[in-house]
Design a protein around this ligand. Structure first.
Ligand SMILES: [Zn+2]
Length: 243
């Protein structure tokens, strides 16, 4: 029988395992910056990105999967999500575990939303948020990924006239500067449509291509950028964690 629900934790683990078996080397966004600079990127590389949009609790499942598979990822954390408190008792423990496991913690930015809703300066909001995360988790955040929320504003606009280095950062996830430029140079595959995959080849949307991460990896792309969201995954079906 055809399996009705594809985005199970078991299936995503299997997708990653297949790509590992294809001899891909998995790296974080921060590692991408240094390996690119040193011209040391492996012939088959996956830059592994996770945006924590709605659930830190589900992120724990991905951390456990990555740890079992012995690969690293960059996780981007929101500070102002109505859906989770990054400093709640359980979520704080999970983020600490993420860091102790050697994954990268980045900031999932909503600075334009903040600056408009609060009438505060966006740059100050960003610097303050990063400082708070750094203090709280004793880290030194080097990267930002912009969250696409429900305000109708585009948090990426913040970067139109700024460079990550202006703020002491190494990269923004869609940064076009030669030191990063990942989206434009990679094959990008994402679960952001929840129930189906979508992909871009070197910045260009491939219409109607719903193949999975592993199916794309079989094509042998030298550089793949995967973006997944913990919220997309479940054990049996999407509503099995209902509270
Ligand atoms: Zn997001």
């Amino acid at each position: 029988m055809n399996q009705p629900f594809k985005f199970t934790f078991e299936n995503i683990k299997n997708e990653y395992q297949q790509v590992i078996n294809l001899d891909y080397q998995f790296i974080t966004c921060q590692e991408y910056v240094s390996l690119k600079k040193e011209n040391k990127l492996a012939r088959k590389t996956v830059v592994n990105r996770v945006d924590i949009d709605f659930s830190v609790r589900k992120s724990l499942r991905l951390i456990e999967i990555f740890n079992e598979l012995n690969i690293k990822a960059s996780f981007f954390l929101r500070l102002h999500a109505p859906e989770y408190n990054p400093f709640s008792f359980e979520n704080y423990k999970i983020i600490k575990y993420l860091i102790e496991s050697g994954h990268e913690l980045g900031y999932h930015s909503e600075v334009i939303d903040q600056s408009v809703i609060w009438n505060e300066d966006a740059k100050e909001c960003l610097l303050r948020d990063i400082k708070v995360i750094n203090e709280m988790f004793n880290v030194n955040i080097k990267g930002v990924a912009s969250h696409g929320g429900m305000t109708g504003l585009n948090n990426l606009d913040f970067w139109k006239d700024r460079k990550p280095s202006d703020l002491g950062l190494l990269y923004e996830a869609y940064d076009h500067q030669p030191s990063f430029n990942l989206f434009q140079e990679a094959f990008y595959v994402s679960d952001s449509e929840w129930t189906r995959w979508k992909c871009y080849n070197k910045g260009k949307l491939i219409e109607g291509d719903r193949r999975t991460f592993a199916e794309h990896a079989k094509d042998g792309h030298s550089l793949i950028n995967i973006l997944i969201h913990p919220d997309t995954y479940y054990d049996a079906h999407f509503y099995d964690n209902e509270k």
